[in-house]
Structures are given as structure tokens and as C-alpha cells.
Ligand binder design. Structure first.
Ligand SMILES: *Cc1c(COP(=O)(O)O)cnc(C)c1O
Length: 463
């Protein structure tokens, strides 16, 4: 063994203690850390020939790189939809690395069984029945891609094309209908060889809504003359957190043949709260479902879950077995279900958080975030220089300048807020109007944080 490596091995407990100390210090200061990193990153250094050892690597990281990291795990980073990491999930994540299990299959370790237990719990969290099987993937983009890959295989089943063997070309042009799809859906369609241009926008409900007009969806389906299609329903749009009427969409299946994929990346967590669960009523009727875990479950990146009712088709797409051995049967190993072959035990942080806080703890996060979003919404509406662009439906406040909201002026407002170090918001365009979003999905965020965000906006407006 290389002497430096041997030395690290002999001092492993002390090294882990040092890493713990750094993490404890960073997390202790997280709430006051500037929300975005300063200036430009150091230029690329030369590859070390002789290693310095892990303690020296830690010191160099802390010195050279850590100061430029963002406070995205903290309470006032409201850009995109950004979760933090609960204490239990960080613990689980550390141990994922320490145990370093390969959850491609079940052989020789209980790790795959732990992932199955986690998936079963998540199924309950989101109100899905046992017909839905699932697996953990890296994020909602990957989850949407897996769901749409199974949809593609289903189209093949309907049209008599074995897509897994002969390719997607045999399907001809595929119709993918959706009201307000997330950009990752177009990306998935590109990856899957269906094509971004096959995503057909369906009209939305009138009255400042991002939810699909189900009657218009039915008209679009009827126009397909019986040709099977894919419908992507959206449960939680990123601008205004609107929800398609999932039950009404699922009911269209009685008259039209389509695969129903639901992107519930963060909106799925509405199921945790009796107050908001109606928003995802009908989710169980979906053929495939995407939910992110590194957003509103507040586990570290990279974690999402995908569910489907057609695991047989999923195995046809993703199996990694010799055709001579036939397709896996029974409870297929995870390597036959997801894009990866070797896989980290990314279920462990979620398992830890669910064991530590339970349904009630995670419900409290969702309800508190929603209440804080409503509070910021009231504050924004009351400010002279700003106006809300949509009602605060769940956890996102979408607003703009009251006067002359040009892209430049709106971006300048976002920059001024970020430069204050107090809060981070991301620009968007809603209904053709340049706007800002404040998305609440961090377990740490409090009323005091929300007051600080409002104060930062107020001073940015006057400054
Ligand atoms: C965030 C998001 C995605 C993409 O998630 P990643 O984890 O970043 O891949 C997809 N759909 C919706 C609705 C989202 O909010």
C-alpha cells in the first residue's frame, strides 16, 4: 500500500473526526452564510504527483474552495425549488459513503431490501397503491426519463413494435400532450429518441392558471383517431405551483388510449398534508409517477423516486441480462429497472429522514413552508414596488415589479437581493412577464427568515 494511504488508514477515526468538525462548523454557520458564493473560483491547479494525505486535502478544500460554496442548503435560498438536508438525512448520506454498497442487485447484502422498504414508505407518503413499484434514481429529470421510457415501451406494446429491441423509429411520430411541462420533459424526450418537438402544448385553464384544460386535452386526444399517446400531467408547476386535475385526466382513459405520466417532482409532497392532499387526488391512477427527494424531502442531492404500474415494461427497457438467459422474473434486481448498473444506496438518507421524523415531521415541513410562502406573498402584495403575478397556491411566490418589469430591471432586483447575501431568488417569465420566484422548500426556513427576505426585497427596491 502507498505509504500515504497506509497512514490515512491508520488515522481514519481522527480523519473522520476532522471532517465532522468541518461539517459541524459549516452547518452551524449555514443560516448566516451568504446565499451565493463570492467572485470567481480558483483556476485549475496541477494534478498532484505526490499526494498530501486526507488531512491536508481537507485543509486545502477548507482554505481554497469552501469559501466559494453557496448557502443553498440554508433557510433563505429560495431559488429554483431547493431543499436542504435534514440532520438525519446527512447522517444517512455519510453512512452511504462509509458502507459503499452497490445496490445493483440483492446478492450478498441487505441494502437492496432497505431500498425496497424505503420505496414502500414513499409509496405510502404519496398515496400510491401497491400496484406501483419503484426505484431510486438521481433526480426528477432521471425519474421523468424512466417514466417516459416505460411509456415509450407501452406505445410499442400497443402498436406491435418491440422498442427495446428494434428502436423507437418503428413507433413513427409520437404524440406527447401536456399543459405546463417542466423543461426536463423535453430533455427526456430528446434522450429517448422521441424528440423534443413531439411535445404538444395543450391549452391551459382560463383565469391565470397553469393547469391543463381537460376538455381541450380530450379534444386533442380525440383528434388522434385512436392512435395511442403519452399524456404528461403536472402536479406542481414551477412558476405558480398549479396542479392538473389528475382524476379528471385519468377518467379520459375510459375513452382514449394513453399513458399517463405525472411529474409530481415537488408537488407530490402535498399528499402529506390533509390541507393540500386534494391537489394530488388521483395520483394513484397514473401509469408512472416522478417525485424528487432532494427537493421537498430535504435529503442531499442526488435522490428522486420513480414509480410505475408496469414493471414488466420497465424491465423490458432497462434489463441488463443476456437475452439467452431470458428476462428477469419475480422481484427484479434494481439493475434491471434503472439506467444505472452499479448504484449507490441513495435510499439511505431518505430512510433515515423517514425513520427520524416520520410522516408527521415531514408534513410539518411542508405546511410550514406553505405558510411562509403565503406570508411572503402577503408582504410582497403590500409593497408598493411589487405585485403578485399569481395567487400563492402552495410554496412558491411569483411576483414582479409593479412598474415597467423589463428583463433587465427584474434581473437587477434579483442581483441586488443576492448581493445583499440575505436571500436568493430566481428569475422566470410568467405569462410573458419577466418575474421572480421565491420557492420555499427548506426544512430550516422560519418566520424570521421570511421577514429578512422581505426586508432584503424592500431595501433592494429603494436602493
Ligand atoms: C425540479 C423539477 C424537475 C427536475 O428535477 P431535477 O431533480 O433537477 O432533475 C422536474 N420537474 C419538476 C416539476 C421540477 O420541479
Amino acid at each position: 500500500m502507498h505509504p500515504t494511504l497506509a497512514d490515512d488508514l491508520s488515522r481514519l477515526p481522527a480523519l473522520l473526526q476532522s471532517a465532522r468538525d468541518v461539517a459541524a462548523r459549516e452547518l452551524g454557520g449555514l443560516a448566516e452564510r451568504p446565499v451565493v458564493g463570492p467572485g470567481t473560483a480558483p483556476g485549475p491547479a496541477a494534478l498532484p504527483e505526490e499526494g498530501a494525505g486526507a488531512e491536508a486535502a481537507l485543509a486545502r478544500f477548507v482554505e481554497d474552495w469552501a469559501p466559494g460554496f453557496s448557502g443553498s442548503a440554508g433557510p433563505r435560498y429560495l431559488g429554483f425549488v431547493t431543499g436542504g438536508a435534514t440532520p438525519a438525512s446527512v447522517t444517512g448520506d455519510w453512512l452511504t459513503a462509509a458502507y459503499d454498497q452497490n445496490v445493483s442487485g440483492a446478492a450478498g447484502s441487505w441494502a437492496a431490501a432497505l431500498e425496497r422498504e424505503t420505496v414502500a414508505w414513499l409509496r405510502e407518503v404519496f398515496g400510491l397503491g401497491v400496484e406501483h413499484s419503484g426505484a431510486l434514481v438521481t433526480g426528477a429529470t432521471a425519474s421523468n426519463t424512466v417514466g417516459l421510457a416505460v411509456a415509450r415501451e407501452w406505445l410499442g406494446e400497443r402498436l406491435g413494435v418491440d422498442v427495446s429491441r428494434s428502436g423507437a423509429a418503428g413507433l413513427g411520430p409520437v404524440e406527447v400532450l401536456s399543459g405546463s411541462p417542466h423543461s426536463s420533459v423535453a430533455k427526456a424526450l430528446s434522450v429517448l429518441g422521441i424528440g423534443r418537438d413531439r411535445l404538444r402544448p395543450v391549452p391551459l385553464l382560463p383565469g391565470n392558471r397553469e393547469a391543463v384544460d381537460v376538455a381541450a386535452l380530450e379534444t386533442a386526444l380525440a383528434a388522434l383517431d385512436g392512435r395511442p399517446a403519452i399524456v404528461v400531467a403536472n402536479a406542481g408547476t414551477v412558476n405558480t405551483v398549479d396542479f392538473d386535475d389528475l382524476r379528471a385526466i385519468a377518467a379520459l382513459k375510459e375513452r382514449h388510449g394513453f399513458w399517463l405520466h405525472v411529474d409530481a417532482a415537488f408537488g407530490g409532497f402535498a399528499a402529506l398534508s390533509p390541507r393540500y392532499a386534494h391537489l394530488v387526488d388521483g395520483l394513484d391512477a397514473a401509469d408512472s409517477v416522478c417525485v424528487d427527494l432532494h427537493k421537498w424531502l430535504n435529503v442531499p442531492y442526488d435522490a428522486a423516486v420513480q414509480f410505475t404500474r408496469r414493471r414488466d415494461l420497465q424491465v423490458r427497457v432497462f434489463h441488463n441480462a443476456s437475452p439467452y438467459l431470458g428476462l428477469p422474473t419475480g422481484e427484479p434486481d434494481f439493475l434491471h429497472l434503472t439506467p444505472e448498473n452499479s448504484r449507490r444506496l441513495r435510499a439511505l438518507p431518505a430512510w433515515f429522514s423517514l425513520v427520524a421524523y416520520g410522516r408527521a415531521g415531514h408534513r410539518e415541513i411542508v405546511e410550514r413552508n406553505a405558510a411562509l410562502a403565503a406570508r411572503l406573498g402577503e408582504g410582497v402584495a403590500a409593497l408598493d414596488g411589487l405585485r403578485l403575478l399569481a395567487p400563492v397556491r402552495l410554496n412558491v411566490v411569483c411576483f414582479t415589479l409593479a412598474d415597467d418589469p423589463t428583463p433587465g430591471r427584474v434581473a437587477a432586483l434579483a442581483d441586488a437581493v443576492a448581493d445583499s447575501g440575505e436571500a436568493f431568488l430566481t428569475p422566470t417569465v410568467y405569462g410573458g412577464v419577466p418575474a421572480l420566484r421565491a420557492a420555499f422548500s427548506n426544512w430550516r426556513t422560519s418566520e424570521a427568515d421570511t421577514a429578512r427576505v422581505l426586508a432584503a426585497l424592500t431595501s433592494a427596491l429603494s436602493g
